[in-house]
Design a protein around this ligand. Structure first.
Ligand code: COA
Length: 314
């Protein structure tokens, strides 16, 4: 039986830090309000000359270096993004060219903030089927180009970043044990990019209610599907949208706070990049170790949702 998991990762976060205090200068807001309502303290904004593909390329390069994977090893490239440089060529096409990878299939997959989970599940199935051996899955978003800086409740939420994973065959006992994906287009009206202005429009209250329900339900169901209980889970990695939403999922799973990944304070909501950035962060800080069971869970515009339960290691 083929076991499929993540064999290496790499991330890129822009250098420019935008703090809550910086927002106080341009919006009617305060550090206290943002911290209490979202958990965010600061986020990164890419410079004008850095687009989504630039961040994706650096993250992918780092993931390949960290996992010792060469150009010839990559059989497919998937970029989860809802802020591509262009609709075509896709960000994945640009990554293929800039990293001089072989002429393998490359495409963008749009599922908003759930994108990385969708990408991981897609790669899993291609590898399970025996079609490909190693798939480069990248979550990359430059949400700052979609922010309406006059909209005080959405402007403060988002940040830019990218993170990449090399998905491939792992040893017995490791890798993805279960996943779940879903969508409901009826909720598209609550979170979308406006056709005319190109800005993100959001009904924060509705998105919040939906997210609290789905994040808890999914965390539990993906764990059960892997024949585990919350006691088996060493780390919950929720999409970093809002600390209160993340907390509701953690409580539903009965996990102590140290078993939940929190990078939201530093990076805000980086959309499709948020979950892989968090995994990489925890691995780097030795909070996720070989053999740990982890649950990734996310939601986003669409509305979309998804979760993965996996055993870390290769
Ligand atoms: N600073 C200070 N006050 C703010 C503010 C800000 N940045 N944004 C909104 N407010 C104020 C409003 O003016 C309003 O004041 P009023 O009651 O005096 O009119 C009040 O807060 C409530 O506004 P509302 O927009 O209804 O806020 P909310 O309680 O829904 O909280 C969010 C806003 C964004 C924090 C919350 O809705 C949320 O997190 N939703 C989920 C969003 C999400 O996760 N999106 C990403 C999906 S991938």
């Amino acid at each position: 039986m083929t076991n499929v998991g993540i064999i290496g990762m790499g991330s890129y976060l822009p250098e420019k830090v935008m703090t809550n205090h910086d927002f106080e200068k341009i919006l009617d807001t305060s550090d206290e309000w943002i911290t209490e309502m979202t958990g965010i303290k600061e986020r990164r904004f890419a410079e004008d000359n850095i687009d989504t593909s630039d961040m994706a390329v650096i993250a992918a390069k780092r993931a390949m270096e960290n996992s010792g994977v060469t150009k010839d090893d990559i059989d497919m490239i998937i970029v989860a993004t809802s802020t591509p440089d262009h609709h075509f060529p896709t960000v994945a096409n640009i990554v293929q060219s800039k990293l001089e990878l072989n002429h393998v299939p490359s495409f963008d997959q749009a599922a908003a903030c759930t994108g990385f989970i969708y990408g991981l599940a897609t790669a899993y199935n291609y590898i399970k089927a025996g079609t490909y051996k190693k798939v480069l899955v990248i979550g990359a978003d430059k949400l700052s180009k979609k922010i309406d800086f006059d909209d005080q409740s959405t402007a403060i939420l988002f940040g830019d970043g990218a993170s990449a994973a090399i998905v491939g065959e792992v040893s017995e006992g490791y890798g993805i044990k279960s996943f779940e994906l879903g969508s409901n287009g009826d909720g598209g009206k609550w979170l979308y990019d406006d056709k005319d202005t190109k800005y993100i429009k959001m009904n924060g209250r509705e998105v919040f209610k939906f997210a609290v329900r789905i994040m808890g339900e999914l965390s539990v169901s993906v764990t059960e599907k892997a024949d585990m209980t919350s006691e088996d889970i060493d780390m919950l990695i929720p999409h970093q949208a809002n600390i209160r939403i993340m907390e509701s999922a953690r409580k539903r799973m009965n996990l102590p706070r140290e078993k939940m990944s929190e990078t939201i304070q530093l990076y805000g909501n980086t959309s499709a990049a948020s979950i892989p950035i968090s995994i990489e962060h925890e691995v780097k800080h030795n909070k996720i170790k070989d053999g740990d069971n982890i649950v990734l869970v996310g939601f986003g515009g669409g509305l979309t949702w998804g979760a993965v339960c996996m055993t870390w290691g290769k």
